[in-house]
Structure formats: structure tokens, C-alpha cells
Design a protein around this ligand. Structure first.
Ligand SMILES: [Zn+2]
Length: 398
């Protein structure tokens, strides 16, 4: 557990915020958090004061659900270019500073050292910290590494496993539609055994042949398009165009926050990609994720490990440039990914949902406070929990 002691309040009443709700915006309203759940949302919950909650003046702020990051590498990704290229694990404070309440982890390039078991253990740890936390079984390589020895067993037996990740078109990844069909079959059978809807989360490469293989498998009837999420669709114009075509067939499209023109030449800025997708496809099919924990070279041999904060950056940039209205952003960053993964209690400010609430300054868009499972974990923009502080504490047993 983190070393710093966060504010704990079994009952908190956030008062007078602009509320971004699933069916519109309430100019001024209250949110009551009891334990780890949202107990009530409304125009005026003043009557709840009698219950003795900690009252928070949220006027001048906007309350939105915490982000659901459906593609990141909590134990570090990378590693595809040698042991010195491993990405670093993501400390909890990075998720907190980014406003991420639900983490969905996956393996990256290296599944030899970064084992599925290690990812599962980290997901369990993130749950102990209060996060909604899940993982995909599978990985970049094919056939995939798993926890139990098979995709189907992982899905059926491990509560934390919400779907299957695979990569299409890369070296050692899925390269034929028959492999994709086999994997989709495993994903569907495993999900059915678990009593869930199948989720096939597909990493595509910048080369058009990669996403085109997904299209071929769908057009031949090998894969049910509504179970597929294609991630990294903003690599370039050609991939985005093919993604838009596939969305017409029922595929879900996931924009990646770290794929930006300053990091990857030819990339489409994530906020621009969101705007275009919302205009061109069913808005329920559009999501974003961070790909945090992955990395890329920045020219001189140095590697940059991506952080979850890229999500918040994208959210704020889309608002500042008036590119996407806040209610649409909340769908893309929270409601849609939650729905996609069958997480009925995340991604919206509604009674009964997880008490994962962000308070952002209405004019500066700065993230001021974050309630994670009802507990304040960030105040005045500063995380109150920290893996790093705990780990770097001087060893008193010496
Ligand atoms: Zn990734």
C-alpha cells in the first residue's frame, strides 16, 4: 500500500458542480459518495447534509466520471528492441494524476520477462489501491502466452480477465485470417463460459496491410465485427480511413493518446482523430486509451516511456481548442470504454456506480480533485498516494 495517508471519508457531498451526466449537463448539482459508490446525483442534495458527510464546495468546477483506460501496460511494455528497451512500470500516482479510475492492462512486446502472471498480480494490486482494474489475456505474439495455459481458461476462470489482446500483421503476430479466426473462436467460447460478451482487442500496425487483414477476416465471416476493438487507429490517414470503413461494419475504434505527430511522423493527433471519428461513425464506437507503459525512441537512443497523463492532456486540448464538447469527450474517455468491456458500474456519474469522480476547474480545465472509490486521492492537482514515495523511503531496518 502507498506510504502517504490519503484523505479518507466514508461519506462525501460534492456541492454545486457542473455535472456531466449520461443524458446531458446539469449546470449546478451535487454528488453524494457513500463508501466506494455514488449514492445519489441531483440538482440539490442539501438534505443529505443531515447524514453528516464531508462537504466539498465544488462550485466553479465540473464533475465528470474518472477515465477508463482500456489499453495500458501497468508493468511496463516495450522490450522489443533488447533488454535495455523495456518500458518502466507505471506507479499509481501516474494514474491518479491522469484521472484514470479504471485500468485495463495488457502485455507489450516482451512476454518472456513480462509474464501474464505478473500483469495479473499488478491488476490485483491496483484493485487493492481502489482502482477498477482488469486485464486482457493474450499478447503481441502468436500463439499467445496466458496465465492458465489457454485463452479460453483465462477468460472462463479469472475474474480480472475481460477480453483478449492480439496484434495483427507484425513479426511473430497474427499474419493470417485463419489465425485470427481461431483466436476469435477462443475468445468467444471463453467469454461465453464466463457469461460475458467477447472482447477482441486488436493492436494494428502503421502498415495498411495490418488493419486490412482484420477487414478480410470480417468480410469472410471469420470474426464477428461487433466483438472487435481496433486500437491505434490514428497511426496515419490510411489506417484511419480503413478503420472508418470497418466501423461501418460494427467494429469499435480506439484512438491512442501517445500516437501523436510529434512522436510518430504521419500520426493524427488524438483529439483530431476523435473529432473526425465522432463525425463519421456511430459515436458509441469511439474510444481512447493511453498505451502508457509503452515507449518509443526519441532519436539519440533514449527511450520515452508513455504515461497515462497523455489521456488528460488530450482531454484538455480537445476542450481548449473547442474541438469536442465535454459531454462527447466523457463518452469517449469513460462511458464507451466501460460499455465496451461490460463494466456496468464505471464510466458514468450515476447512483450505484463506482465513486470515481474528477473535479476539473471550469475555466482552466485543471484536474483539481479526484475521488477514487470514494476516497480523495488527489487534491489541488497533487496525488495523495504514491508508490514511489513508499519505495524510496529510507530503509530504517539497516
Ligand atoms: Zn500497447
Amino acid at each position: 500500500m502507498p506510504n502517504a495517508t490519503p484523505d479518507t471519508a466514508p461519506m462525501t457531498l460534492l456541492r454545486g458542480a457542473e455535472l456531466v451526466l449520461p443524458h446531458g449537463i446539469t449546470d449546478q448539482g451535487d454528488v453524494l459518495l457513500v463508501g466506494d459508490r455514488i449514492a445519489a446525483v441531483g440538482g440539490d442534495l442539501g438534505a443529505a447534509v443531515a447524514l453528516g458527510p464531508v462537504e466539498v464546495d465544488a462550485s466553479g468546477h465540473r464533475a465528470i466520471p474518472a477515465f477508463v483506460d482500456q489499453h495500458c501496460h501497468p508493468i511496463g511494455g516495450g522490450g522489443g528492441g533488447g533488454p535495455e528497451t523495456q518500458g518502466f512500470p507505471i506507479p499509481v500516482e501516474r494514474f491518479v494524476e491522469a484521472g484514470v479510475g479504471t485500468v485495463v492492462g495488457c502485455l507489450g512486446n516482451d512476454s518472456v520477462v513480462r509474464r501474464p502472471e505478473a500483469l495479473l498480480a499488478r491488476v490485483k494490486g491496483l484493485r487493492r489501491h481502489g482502482f477498477g482494474a482488469h486485464l486482457y489475456t493474450g499478447e503481441i505474439g502468436y500463439p499467445p502466452e496466458t496465465v492458465t495455459g489457454s485463452i479460453r481458461r483465462d477468460l472462463a476462470l479469472l475474474d480480472e480477465v475481460r477480453g483478449v489482446k492480439a496484434a495483427v500483421g507484425g513479426i511473430g503476430s497474427i499474419t493470417t485470417r485463419h489465425q485470427l479466426a481461431a483466436l476469435a473462436g477462443e475468445a468467444a467460447r471463453g467469454a461465453r463460459t464466463a457469461g460475458r460478451a467477447p472482447v477482441l482487442h486488436l493492436h494494428v500496425e502503421p502498415a495498411l496491410t495490418s488493419i486490412a487483414l482484420v477487414g478480410r477476416a470480417i468480410s469472410r465471416g471469420d470474426v464477428d465485427p461487433t466483438t472487435v476493438t481496433v486500437t491505434h487507429v490514428n497511426w496515419n490517414e490510411a489506417v484511419l480511413a480503413e478503420g472508418i470503413h470497418l466501423a461501418g461494419l460494427g467494429v469499435n475504434l480506439d484512438v491512442t493518446a501517445c500516437i501523436r505527430p510529434d512522436y510518430f511522423p504521419g500520426a493524427i493527433a488524438p483529439e483530431q482523430a476523435i473529432r473526425r471519428l465522432l463525425d463519421e461513425v456511430d459515436p458509441d464506437r469511439v474510444t481512447i486509451s493511453s498505451d502508457a507503459g509503452g515507449n518509443h525512441g526519441i532519436g539519440d537512443g533514449t527511450l520515452l516511456t508513455h504515461q497515462p497523463g497523455l489521456l488528460l492532456d488530450t482531454f484538455v486540448r480537445a476542450l481548449e481548442t473547442d474541438l469536442v464538447p465535454v459531454e462527447q469527450l466523457v463518452r469517449v474517455f469513460s462511458a464507451n470504454p466501460a460499455a465496451r468491456l461490460g463494466l456496468a458500474d464505471a464510466g458514468a456519474l450515476t447512483a450505484g456506480a463506482r465513486a470515481d469522480v474528477l473535479l476539473m476547474d471550469r475555466s482552466s480545465h485543471r484536474l483539481e480533485q479526484f475521488y477514487l472509490a470514494g476516497r480523495r486521492v488527489l487534491d489541488a492537482g497533487t496525488a495523495l498516494v504514491s508508490d514511489q514515495a513508499a519505495n524510496e523511503r529510507p530503509d530504517r531496518n539497516r
